[in-house]
Design a protein around this ligand. Structure first.
Ligand code: UT7
Length: 352
């Protein structure tokens, strides 16, 4: 039985791009540092009142249209996000309502940046077991809510000047984290492939809770009563903490190892893979994976310069770009790979 394949894709980025130079108005950073250390040149941020389900609506409509379907054809929603509209319920049911398809089962998953390899395995299992026929898989994030500055008018270049010394110092404590993330949404419509041996071919997934403190939100959780306090906000515990350099090393080691192992298990030679669609956390990670696996540069595309790290949305945004530019086509063998908070990581193979 063939696995699920991608029938349509879409993406949505909110507002105007925010260049690196704008971030240097609110913290001690520079365009040169950010580009050299990450490959990022700009990112997008949602506005107050705009949640991931709102960004997802636009991406989903495009994906459904691209698949030549109607929203009423969707019979299952998988919504991947680490920044949901509300602490609960999840954003999946909200998206269903906004698309006019309330009643359809909607599942939120929390694998952060590693969402897509996990979600492809899950979608495939749902289709293989007749639980679903046409799945809308969405990754959408609004990280703006945890950015460490309040001077949004400076960041959005809607005012002149610099942040106050106090605000500057506060934001600066989180500058390693703040420069890498951006907002956005992507959607894929998935259905069983009609090609013999087409579609999803397998995934290798892992998690390691021992390393959860590599990237996590220290406060505002249900270990505390009440789960959010003014003190926690003053202590900036709602802002994620990230052990950047260690996470970077882990990503390089685990992703190379996982891709190798998946190819061996599935009897696929790495040379057969037409495109490695990698999560975009830092260009240095993907260059190191590329060198370690000896992947030709054109087979591991990068778009981090335009969007930064959009967590669960990243792989979908890149997949949509590649499809629309004709850089991936029917019949191509794709390898998706990603690592994110949890830690969660994995790789998946899919023949378009
Ligand atoms: O998607 C989920 C997974 N996420 C990741 O995989 C993220 C992986 N990590 C990274 O991308 C990188 O570790 C960062 C981009 C976060 C940081 O880059 P780095 O090269 O690892 O920098 P570092 O933290 O080792 O800091 C090097 C220097 C330090 O200064 P000193 O001590 O050498 O004087 C930092 O204080 O760079 C400084 N620094 C900055 N300077 C300007 C840290 N952040 C900044 C900044 N602007 N934004």
């Amino acid at each position: 039985m063939s696995g699920v394949t991608i029938l349509g894709t879409g993406r949505h980025l909110p507002g105007e791009p925010v260049p690196n130079q704008a971030l240097a108005r609110v913290m001690d950073t520079s365009d040169e540092w950010i580009e050299a250390r990450t490959g990022i040149k700009q990112r997008y941020f949602a506005r107050d009142g705009q949640g991931p389900s709102d960004l997802a609506v636009e991406a989903s409509k495009q994906a459904i249209d691209d698949a030549g379907l109607d929203a009423s054809d969707i019979d299952y929603i998988i919504f991947a996000t680490m920044t949901p509209d509300h602490f609960f319920p999840g954003s999946g049911p909200l998206l269903g309502a906004k698309l006019g398809i309330s009643g359809v089962p909607a599942l939120d998953i929390r694998q952060q940046c590693a969402a897509i390899p996990y979600a492809l395995q899950l979608a495939n299992a749902l289709v293989q077991t007749d639980a679903a026929k046409t799945i809308l898989l969405v990754g959408a994030e609004v990280h703006a809510g945890f950015m460490p500055w309040s001077d949004w008018n400076l960041v959005r270049s809607e005012a002149e000047g610099q942040a106050s010394a106090e605000a500057y110092e506060r934001a600066n404590r989180h500058r390693g984290l703040a420069v890498v993330f951006g907002d956005g949404a992507a959607a894929m419509v998935l259905r069983q492939s009609q090609a013999p041996d087409g579609g999803f071919l397998g995934a290798e997934l892992h998690s390691d809770g021992d390393a959860f403190d590599h990237l996590y939100v220290p406060g505002c959780g249900f270990r505390r009563i009440p789960y959010v306090t003014p003190e926690a906000l003053l202590a900036e515990e709602h802002i994620p903490q990230m052990r950047g350099p260690s996470l970077l090393k882990k990503a390089v080691q685990t992703l190379s190892r996982t891709v190798k192992s998946l190819c061996e298990t599935r009897g696929v030679s790495q040379d057969e893979i037409d495109c490695f669609i990698a999560h975009q956390a830092n260009d240095r990670i993907n260059r190191a994976v590329r060198d370690s696996l000896r992947i030709p540069p054109e087979k591991i595309p990068s778009n981090i310069a335009r969007y930064g790290n959009t967590s669960a949305a990243t792989i979908g945004i890149l997949t949509d770009e590649l499809r629309r530019e004709g850089r991936i086509r029917e019949g191509d063998l794709l390898c998706f790979l990603a690592l994110g908070a949890g830690l969660n990581w994995g790789a998946a193979l899919l023949r378009l």
